[in-house]
Every structure is written in C-alpha cells, then in structure tokens.
Write a protein that binds this ligand. Sequence first.
Ligand code: PGA
Length: 255
Amino acid sequence: MPARRPPKLVVGNWKMFGTRRSSAEVRTLVRLLGLKRPHCEVVICPPAVLLPPFRQINRGSRLKLGGQDCHPLTQGAHTGDISAEMLKDAGAGYVIVGHSERREAYRETDQMVAQKAQAALRAGLHPIVCIGETAEQNEAGHTLDVLTRQLERSLPDLLDATEHAAFTIAYEPVWAIGTGRIPSPAQIEEIHGEIRRALQKRLGLQAAKSRVIYGGSVKASNARAILNLAEVDGALVGGASLKATDFAAIVYSIN
Ligand code: PGA
C-alpha cells in the first residue's frame, strides 16, 4: 500500500525580526488558528531567544515552534551557536537548516547542512532542509543540476538508515526570496516533481513521508495558486509571516 502523504506544512521564518513585544502577533495567530482547523500544520520559527516566551503562548494550540539554524554538535566551545538539543529544550519541534542566507553569509556548505540536519534528527527535531538555485544558475539553465546536487549532499546518511525520520525539503529559488518574483506554477510543479523523484531514488518508499514545500515571496495574494498545487506540500514564508493576519491568510488558502 502506498504511504500516505503527510499533511501540508506552512512555516513562518521570522529571520532576525521580532522582540518580546511580538507576543501580541503570536497571540493573534493562536486565536485565529483556534477559530477553524487549518488543512495543514503551522509552525513559526522566531529568533531562538523568543522560543521560551512564545512557548507560553502556543501551549495547547495548533501553532508549533521551530528554530532557524542549529549547530551540528550537542554542546561545546562554540561561542554564539545553539544546538538542536537546546532548541528542543526551548520549545522547538522543527528547525530550518541550510537557508540560502546562511549558505551565503556564513559559507555554509552542503556538508555542513547535512550535519545540521543530522543533529536535528538526533535531537528529535523535524529538519526543514533548504535548497535553491541562484539567479545566475537559473538563467544558465542549471537549476535541476544544482538542486539535485544540493539534495544529494545536504541530506544526512542517517535518513537512509532511520525508517521513521520525518523531514521537509524547502525549495527556495534564491532569486525569489524577498524579491516579489516567483517561478510560474508550472515551473514549481515541475521542479517539485523532480525533487520528489530524487528523494524516491535515494530513500525508496520512505520518501513518501517527506514533504517538498516552496519558499520565496509567498504572500496572501499568491498563496492559493501555489499552495494548492499537487506537488507542493506547503510553504516557507519569510516577510509575510511576521503579521498574524497575513500569515493566517496564507495558512487558510489551502483547500
Ligand atoms: P520571503 O522569504 O517570503 O520574504 O521571500 C522566504 C525565506 O527566505 O524563507
């Protein structure tokens, strides 16, 4: 029997925005999610220091929390870093790894991303592994090659061995992040289909448990067209996740 696809997943990536005053937005989001059951799981990934206060607000609600990055090791002399175990302890159930902003600003390689995803699984967090081509790679027609390579190298070996490990791939074209430009629905379908085929090749039946979500300039105005595509299992939302009403509109655009 073919494994059932998991429910869709909408993740808000707050990046380096928000303070404890943002608790008001989280309260609004929790209230909105309480009004009607969404057709997806809903996660926000605030800066790690906000996990403990937000955990007080989301308790018992439909909203889940995640981190934006983690160190590969459990603990150690790594000034400024946060481990997956620490995120879990602070209330996270998910963690984004390999976001293009980190790949670029901190020269994170696919190998480092794989180590972080492995750390997430070890800590019992659900890793959201980001991949995506740059504008230059896209224009040169190298999109699928780049994505296949990133996918192969950014996933930890542990995944092959861990039968029940759930994880998510976020396809985020770098040129679509924060720019208002997005690939056409047909392009998104094609690329997600290719990513899923690559996952199946690597993981076999187990790939059915993973999700392929889209990220890059997702807003309330375009969410319906993207999130209801057959190959799209959800979205990673940056800017539009900061305001509860905008984010909820994206969440409820899923049929
Ligand atoms: P954006 O960011 O929605 O603001 O384009 C998406 C992301 O970087 O994850």
